[in-house]
Design a protein. Structure first.
Length: 167
């Protein structure tokens, strides 16, 4: 059984690379997600399809919180909304509980919202698989590599080391 969730917080190139480097993740779609009501504008994010028998939703949420500024309320939050987007009501409840548990590990309040998924716009084809198409681009070396190194250290059990040998 495959499940899916959306994650937004920072640059979708970074978010895409992080989730592509995880065991149990079957696909990552990079683009913009909109929710409803007050969060109906599109914000950079990814949709992750994953096998819950290999990696749990709570682990995906933990990875997400640790690999972007989940405690930072900055001026670019409109473009980079910190969110977990859910497709099912029960996933919303689970996500809120996971964030509440993980709050104990963070010094500052987590600002990541749990929002229902409403719409998605895919990035242009040439921007997909941004990191793994050329890991030596300056943006990749300066912004994505540190996130992937943190991933390998903190989440080693679920990291696909085969994809990250170059680090």
């Amino acid at each position: 059984m495959v499940k899916k969730a959306g994650f937004g917080g920072g640059c979708h190139w970074c978010t895409e690379a992080v989730f592509m480097a995880l065991k149990g993740v079957q696909s990552v779609q990079q683009g913009w997600i909109a929710s409803d009501e007050g969060n109906n504008s599109f914000s950079e994010a990814v949709i992750v399809e994953y096998d819950p028998e290999v990696i749990g939703f709570d682990t995906l949420i933990a990875v997400h919180l640790y690999t972007h500024g989940s405690t930072s309320q900055h001026s670019m939050r409109g473009k980079y909304r910190s969110a977990v987007y859910t497709f099912l009501d029960e996933d919303s409840t689970e996500a809120k509980a996971a964030i509440a548990r993980l709050q104990l590990e963070f010094e500052h309040p987590i600002i990541t919202q749990v929002l229902s998924f409403a719409d998605f716009k895919m990035s242009r084809y040439e921007l997909l698989n941004y990191y793994f198409s050329d890991t030596q681009k300056p943006f990749c070396e300066n912004y994505i590599n540190p996130k992937l190194k943190l991933l390998m250290k903190k989440f080693a059990a679920v990291t696909r080391v085969d994809k990250l040998r170059h680090l």
